[in-house]
Write a protein that binds this ligand. Structure first.
Ligand code: GCU
Ligand code: CA
Length: 130
């Protein structure tokens, strides 16, 4: 069963603005990170036990080029997520990654690696393995 962390919610840090001008988002808006390599997004994810979990980050990239970002879990880089174009800012898709979490609070962060910054982010769903 997934726990949802909205990118505009209290359990997240959005380095940018919370916007509502592109439809299809969950919650009260989405995170529009600044177009700079310093505009990270971070989620505080609670896990009841240590172990494997599936992260599913919903994003939209209406631009024409990738918006790559390093996925960093508890300070350790897991991958560089490409965030390929989705065709429109109101076309949302999911990037799913399996990670290891510790019991209690975890930090899940995407750090853009280029000056374009991140795509728009809607939410992070976290599903622990059975
Ligand atoms: C447009 C779009 C924003 C998006 C931005 C970007 O301004 O409306 O939602 O964040 O492009 O290129 O990052
Ligand atoms: Ca943006």
């Amino acid at each position: 069963q997934a726990t949802r962390y909205e990118a505009e919610g209290s359990g997240a840090t959005c380095t940018g603005t919370v916007d509502t001008n592109h439809s299809g988002y969950s919650g009260t808006g989405f995170c529009n990170g600044g177009n700079t390599d310093s505009a990270f997004a971070e989620f505080t994810v609670n896990a009841s036990a240590a172990g494997t979990a599936t992260l599913s980050l919903r994003y939209a990239n209406g631009g024409t080029t990738d918006r790559p970002g390093d996925l960093i879990v508890n300070g350790t880089r897991v991958e560089t997520t490409a965030f390929a174009p989705t065709g429109a800012w109101n076309t949302w898709t999911d990037r799913t990654v399996t990670v290891q979490l510790r019991a209690g609070a975890n930090t899940v962060r995407w750090d853009p690696t280029t000056a374009g910054g991140l795509p728009n982010l809607d939410y992070l769903d976290v599903t622990p393995a059975d």
